[in-house]
Write a new protein. Structure first.
Length: 259
């Protein structure tokens, strides 16, 4: 009978093959990881663009921007998310079908307590509103009751009566193409403000897209500036993008009651 001269792999050969596979995996995994991160960022950009279309429609119909936390004319009109979903300030107005499910949730955002895909509320949105603009740590809504110290973002104006907020008029935003409206956040659709990076809880958003954040502007376009440009750069070009009057207001970086 003929002899079978075929031999199997030796242990050394098998170890060499395993080593080669390991090297290839080490080379490919970072590339795949970056590709997946890029795909999530693109998804997030598309979310914000859809929100931007809704924002443009809202402004065109109401000649004003959604207020940070409703309560116009003494009525509770909900958060800016709530108002956008209804296309106006009327609390009794039904939700539109404009927004697709999940549009308020960045795919790279960390799931926080209260996260629910079926209920879009202040607690579930992973995007935040540029409510205050350039403002120091400690700045809050009551300071806006004095028009001289009013928030420079899209928060709105307090009336003398508590919880009555007049929305920012369309004409109040001097340069919509260079005014940030919505950005990546982690506090349930609350403040997207320049000082947020100083809070530990906001650092989760800071590295969301490979060191960048996606930001929707008032004219509907989306950019991906670096964290350093957004939160550390004190040049006029960096600061004016936060404020509806398109002025830097550098004085407000430290003094909450600066004029």
């Amino acid at each position: 009978m003929p002899r079978n001269n075929q031999e199997g792999f030796t242990l050394v050969e098998l170890l060499v093959v395993i080593a080669i596979i390991g090297i290839l995996a080490a080379l490919l995994i970072p590339t795949l990881s970056r590709s997946m991160a890029r795909a999530r960022q693109i998804h997030c950009v598309n979310n914000q663009r859809q929100i931007g279309i809704g924002l443009q429609n809202f402004v065109a119909n109401n000649h004003a921007y959604p207020s940070y936390y409703g309560r116009t004319n003494g009525e509770n009109s909900g958060t800016w998310v709530y108002q956008l979903e209804r296309g106006g300030f009327d609390d009794s107005q039904p939700k539109t079908n404009f927004y697709s499910e999940g549009v308020w949730q960045c795919p790279s955002a960390k799931r926080t307590a209260g996260w629910s895909a079926g209920s879009i509320t202040r607690a579930t949105a992973s995007y935040a509103y540029n409510s205050f603009g350039v403002a120091p740590v400690g700045y809050n809504g009551p300071a806006a009751m004095d028009p001289k110290h009013a928030a420079l973002g899209l928060y709105g104006y307090y009336h003398q009566k508590p919880f009555q907020i007049a929305p920012i008029k369309e004409s109040d935003v001097v340069c919509p193409s260079d005014m940030m409206a919505v950005g990546d956040g982690i506090r349930g659709g609350r403040d997207f403000m320049r000082q947020d990076l100083k809070y530990l809880e906001q650092r989760g958003a800071s590295g969301r897209h490979q060191g960048k954040l996606n930001v929707l502007f008032c004219d509907g376009h989306v950019e991906s500036p670096t964290v350093k440009f957004l939160f550390e750069d004190t040049s006029d070009a960096a600061l004016v993008r936060w404020n509806r009057d398109h002025l830097p207001h550098r004085d407000r970086l430290s003094d909450p009651l600066s004029p």
